[in-house]
Design a protein around this ligand. Structure first.
Ligand code: IMO
Ligand code: MG
Length: 421
């Protein structure tokens, strides 16, 4: 049985939760392999809203095993809050599994995230201040603390060494220092709470594949936020693209089946960095209000704009996307006129090649094609052929340009408001 992967195609917040929720109904296992509590995946089930930051949202499906893989940076405080919320809402969390190899986020990572952002001044990245970058830094610098270390005799020593090192930086820059003994006490408590979920998830995943279990991997963040393939430095500190899914779980390339690229019928970005099709005007404001484009993690208003096919085709190439999932067709359909970016113009030349170079992105102006909007209420439509002709034309142009079919179309916020081809 192949593992299907759901990935963000743009700058995040594409509505991965909705597609994952749909596919998850048929899966035995939901897997998260990358990122941390910077992600915010909202789904609505029976009128009840859930926001997930760490736990794969597939846990909402009865009997589905939810695995947090080794590539995730785990903030146990956020995790335990999430577990408690699920329990309060009567959901079964006994099927949660956490990799012993996942790195742990500590309070000093959040402190560093904040300090580093402050120090960047006008060049700030606009991070979520969830300690993501500093935690991955420790991982790659090989001083990080993994979930299994929470249960080791060396735990206190590891925390002490880390806190002492970080405190030097905090002191130097006039930021509050941390008390390692307090952290040890707090984290030992967390460790006891989550112990029953911890195991070697790599071994587990391969066992499940052998048993022919269906695994859906829930991507976090997105292609253009990738540390290698995104708009560096305005990116996250991990690889949310397909490569990160493999290293973040222990899957191999032969395990992968479908790669679903999630996108919106328009685009959005939170945080700083270039954004070629941004509408920093009344159109952008309108899309934000119509699409409720406010961050699930930080509540920040999202920057909004038209769909960028140059960027989307790049995401398809990087990830090997086999099918597209387009959300918010209803939202874009409320505009009278819809624009679609089909090329960039730079230095008087037209190109269809995406670039991650900051200067080139800033100098690129979008070349648009125009489409008619005013779709009316499409939330009850369940077949592509029943969509208004203007909507069909828009979809056809996207598929033709990208060369990959759009298999899911979101036509409303509700769980059932989706067209599946
Ligand atoms: P989901 O999974 C949108 C952005 C932040 C910032 C940059 C770096 O919900 O799509 P970080 O805290 O990761 O160091 O911030 O990345 N960012 C996201 N934007 N959706 C996300 O996740 C994001 N996770 C990180 O806004 O620009
Ligand atoms: Mg988000």
């Amino acid at each position: 049985m192949k593992v299907d992967v759901v990935l963000g195609s743009f700058y995040g917040d594409e509505g991965k939760g909705k597609i994952i929720d749909y596919l998850g109904g048929k899966a035995n296992v939901a897997l998260r392999a990358t990122g941390g509590a910077n992600a915010g995946h909202s789904i609505e089930v029976d009128g009840e809203k859930f926001v997930f930051h760490l736990i794969p949202s597939g846990i909402l499906n009865k009997g589905t095993l939810a695995i947090i893989g080794n590539g995730v940076v785990l903030d146990p405080k956020v995790l335990i809050e999430e577990i408690n919320t699920l329990k309060e809402k009567g959901r079964d969390v006994s099927k949660l599994r956490i990799s012993n190899k996942a790195h742990v986020v500590f309070p000093y990572h959040l402190g560093l995230d904040k300090m580093l952002e402050d120090m960047r001044g006008n060049n700030k990245i606009g991070t979520t201040i969830r300690g993501i970058g500093p935690c991955y830094c420790d991982k790659y610098e090989r001083s990080g603390i993994r979930v299994e270390d929470l249960y080791s005799d060396k735990f206190e020593e590891l925390v002490k060494r880390n806190v002492e090192n970080k405190n030097r930086l905090f002191k130097l820059n006039g930021y509050p220092e941390y008390d390692y003994k307090e952290i040890v006490k707090e984290y030992k408590k967390y460790a006891r709470t989550i112990k029953k979920y911890v195991c070697d998830t790599t071994v587990l995943i391969h066992k499940l594949i052998k048993e022919n279990k269906k695994i859906i991997c829930e991507g976090a963040q997105a292609t253009l936020l990738d540390i290698d393939h995104g708009s560096y430095p305005y990116v996250t500190s991990s690889n949310p693209t397909i490569g990160g899914i493999l290293t973040g779980s222990g899957l191999n390339p032969h395990n992968i089946g479908e790669v679903y690229g999630v996108m919106k019928a328009y685009s959005s970005r939170v945080g700083e960095g270039p954004y070629v099709t941004e509408q920093n005007n009344e159109i952008g404001d309108m899309i934000r209000e119509l699409g409720h484009e406010y961050g699930a993690t930080t509540k920040r208003p999202r920057r909004c704009g038209y769909l960028d096919l140059v960027a989307l085709r790049y995401a398809v190439l990087i990830n090997g996307i086999t099918a597209l999932c387009m959300n918010h067709l209803d939202t874009i359909g409320k505009l009278a006129k819809i624009k679609l970016c089909v090329a960039y113009e730079r230095d008087g030349k037209i190109t269809e090649d995406f670039t991650t170079n900051e200067k080139e992105l800033l100098e690129s102006t979008p070349v648009y094609e125009e489409f008619v909007g005013n779709y009316g209420d499409i939330s009850n439509i369940r077949r592509k052929e029943d969509l208004p002709s203007q909507a069909k034309e828009y979809i056809k142009r996207i598929e033709e340009y990208i060369g990959v079919p759009i298999k899911f179309i979101g036509v409303g916020a509700g769980r059932e408001e989706i067209i599946v081809e």
